[in-house]
Ligand binder design. Structure first.
Ligand SMILES: Nc1ncnc2c1ncn2[C@@H]1O[C@H](COP(=O)(O)OP(=O)(O)O)[C@@H](O)[C@H]1O
Ligand SMILES: [Mg+2]
Length: 275
């Protein structure tokens, strides 16, 4: 989680944290706190984080304060995998611990009811994945804090909103499988048995057969939506997404879709056989 340090005269030192895209360069660590952009969605996210604290879920930052357009959260100690993804980020133990933490998270939010009219940053999930569980919806490697080889915290709740939990699971699986074509994987991940890792991840979530099928379908739906969203952000001039698009995101996305479709039967039968 290294980054540049910029001294602010008379104040604690700020360290720009690496690993973000949406808020690139605007997430800074100051001592034990993290400061990041806040907006209309922040009250909803803070209510969620307060709920997690109240029920004793320890895998999320605590809200410290909001100061206008900045939110102040606790810094979650540990390491975060950022590209090129390190070898340690590929371990099966880590994969299992991500699923376990996500399952514990889903249990912890079961009773959370957002304020009526709560505002969320991202639009609603596609109708077939709508639901009432307020999930994270962006569990990429960069949003998971790791200690001693295990996932211990989720960060960056900007995409939190109510969905069906299989939507949240599919997004995490896409990143952690990873459910990408081999052509687009770092050298550390290219030889992973992605079909087996899908079975491991879905098995750890203890889904029913029907839920597993829906999760695999959700991978495709999510991929289409991600393509539209990255394209729109790039066209709107967002720096991080412009760079992502220019680096060939469209091809990478379409190859991932083709890979999931080509491996659809293997993904679902291996997931089922774990039972
Ligand atoms: N509360 C936190 N505790 C520890 N590290 C954090 C925390 N928040 C952010 N980070 C680090 O900063 C990086 C960027 O922050 P993030 O909020 O994910 O930005 P973005 O919204 O651009 O994705 C993360 O990938 C992580 O490395
Ligand atoms: Mg992030």
């Amino acid at each position: 989680m290294g980054g540049q340090t910029r001294g602010v005269e008379g104040e604690a030192e700020e360290q720009v944290l690496a690993g973000g895209l949406g808020n690139e360069g605007r997430v800074v660590r100051v001592g034990d706190t993290v400061r990041r952009p806040a907006g209309s969605w922040t009250p909803g996210v803070h209510a969620l984080l307060h709920h997690l604290e109240a029920v004793g879920f320890d895998g999320a930052p605590r809200v410290i304060a909001r100061d206008g357009d900045v939110e102040i959260l606790s810094f979650v100690p540990g390491v975060v995998a950022i590209p090129p993804y390190p070898d340690w980020s590929t371990s099966e133990d880590l994969l299992l611990s991500v699923a376990d933490l996500q399952r514990r998270y889903h249990d912890a939010v079961a009773e959370f009811r957002p304020q009526p009219g709560a505002i969320w940053l991202d639009g609603p999930a596609p109708i077939e994945y709508s639901g009432s569980l307020v999930c994270h919806n962006d569990l990429c490697l960069e949003n998971v804090v790791v200690r001693d080889g295990h996932a211990v915290g989720f960060i960056d709740f900007d995409f939190a909103r109510p969905v069906d939990r299989v939507w949240d699971i599919a997004i995490a699986l896409r990143h952690w499988g990873p459910m990408w074509d081999a052509a687009d994987l770092d050298v550390s991940r290219v030889d992973l048995d992605r079909v087996a890792r899908c079975a491991t991840f879905l098995g750890a979530h203890r889904l029913t057969d029907a839920e597993r099928e829906r999760t695999i379908d959700a991978l495709i739906t999510f991929g289409d939506r991600a393509l539209a969203s990255v394209r729109a952000q790039a066209e709107a001039g967002h720096t991080g997404h412009r760079r992502q698009w220019d680096a060939g995101y469209e091809g990478k996305n379409r190859r991932a879709q083709a890979w999931v479709i080509a491996n659809r039967a293997a993904l679902s039968s291996s997931a089922r056989s774990l039972g």
